[in-house]
Design a protein around this ligand. Sequence first.
Ligand code: EPU
Length: 344
Amino acid sequence: MLAVEENVSLKNYNTFGIDVRARYLAHICSTKDLVQLLHTEPYRSLPRLILGGGSNILFTGDFDGIIIKNELAGLQAEPHNAHQVMIRVASGENWHQLVAWCVSKGYGGIENLSLIPGTVGAAPMQNIGAYGVELSETLHTVEAMELATGKLRVFTKEECELGYRESIFKHKLKDKYFITAVNLLLTDTNRTSHYECRTHYGDIRKYLDSKGVKTPTIADVSHAVIAIRKSKLPDPKELGNAGSFFKNPVIDEAHFKKILSDYPEVPHYQQSDGTYKIPAAWLIEQCGWKGKRIGNTGSHARQALVLVNYGGATGTEIFLLAEQIRCTVQERFNILLQPEVNIY
Ligand code: EPU
């Protein structure tokens, strides 16, 4: 049965903890619920917003429409070939619980993505990535329902047009499809010894070395990522935040050389096309924002890229802080940071 609430506070539905209200909130527990919602007045003609875990969103005001809260559940694993397993997981499942389950079963490929908040459905939306791994490496297909027609469609990985925190669902098909399930192709480490854990991201190797782990298992890598994330990133349950607020910018070589001559220590990652990715956290820190608090908001003391709600902040306050940060980074480095968080 489709459950729709009216005039709902969204405070517990976004990890920034912003207290705005939605006219309606529908709990979608099956694709039938979704079809019913799409055919029923007044819901069918209202502005819509699909919400997963609310961990990558900033509300700057009330939402005068219907929030479609994804609560689809279910998980199946089937052998795919001699050493791979296909995982089909409903999009409303919690991402980290999926990772933890895969790690416990010995299914490798997403352990570096441990502890990322949010739901499974949000993972392909923005091609989540962390500690040297992106979802694109294990994603097989995405199942989704077209909102206009109620038709189900399977997207191949290529059709998802994944990029750095990007997909077709954020652009060409924005608000057009509701992702219902995600299929991942993982390595069954119980059935092969040919699986190499990805430990090249600096902090992982450092952590494993400090624990004397020479040949890490996927569980070791997962533990390392969890420990690193906990040491840097504030827990949204304690301090409202949505992870990285901006994307790491990519600049051309001439621009990079100019910054390098002024700041020889600038951290950077050269891209295959000769451009350079610069950590936004470093740019923000250079501009003096790290750990700085303005009213109820601020840039986090251990990770400058994470903007936080110290309690009672409005979305507009956080948005204005983000704009000030953007302006100072633009003035100092001639780089205009792009939000990673979706702003409504
Ligand atoms: N740095 C600073 N100051 C800081 C923090 C970092 O100068 O306060 C510099 C350091 O040089 C550091 C570098 O930035 O080596 C990179 O920092 P970190 O490893 O913490 O990663 P990030 O680039 O800031 C990205 C993702 C995170 C992901 C981490 C780890 C983006 C926008 N963010 O952050 O993803 O967890 O790498 O892989 O790409 C998210 O998307 O919400 C998110 C948290």
